[in-house]
Design a protein around this ligand. Structure first.
Ligand code: DQA
Length: 152
């Protein structure tokens, strides 16, 4: 039983972009050795403690993420998104997120600002309440806490 049951209606959609399904195997020096499932469990635990619920979709396809954002407009209160490489050029994701009324939190496991120059641009950042980057899986816990604060 969570400690803040008055918030039990709050639903967070977590979206994961391309190649994040390979976490655990993919470049562990950059992304760590935890799987995407581990990160979603972290988010679910943090959400449960705040009386919130989480649903998750990972997709390697931009249009599928756009569709998920559209469907969240009527159903979800906040979106936490790690767009993977879509971060850096997917304006359709930017435009879809702009139609979403609730807070959007951008999460990255690594710190793109400290990596190759092409990773320094985020087309999602202008439509996000904030960005959490460089803290590995802990970023998902921070993101859930941020949603809780923003919707309090
Ligand atoms: C990433 C950073 C992106 O630049 C990269 O393309 C990813 C993962 C991260 O979580 O650090 O796929 O979003």
């Amino acid at each position: 039983m969570n400690s803040e049951s008055s918030k039990s209606q709050i639903k967070i959609l977590i979206l994961s972009g391309p190649n994040l399904n390979l976490l655990g195997e993919r470049d562990p020096e950059t992304y760590g050795d935890q799987t995407l499932e581990n990160h979603i469990e972290t988010a679910e635990k943090a959400a449960d403690q705040k009386g919130m619920t989480v649903e998750h979709l990972q997709s390697n396809h931009e249009g599928e993420l756009v569709d998920a954002i559209h469907s969240a407009r009527e159903r979800c209160d906040a979106i936490i998104i790690n767009p993977g490489a879509f971060t850096h050029y997917a304006w359709a994701i930017h435009d879809a997120l702009q139609t979403f009324d609730g807070p959007v939190i951008e999460v990255h496991l690594s710190n793109p600002a400290a990596r190759e120059p092409w990773r320094h641009t985020s087309v999602v950042a202008p439509v996000a309440a904030g960005t959490i980057a460089g803290f590995g899986g802990y970023g998902y816990q921070i993101a859930v806490d941020a949603v809780s604060e923003l919707l309090a």
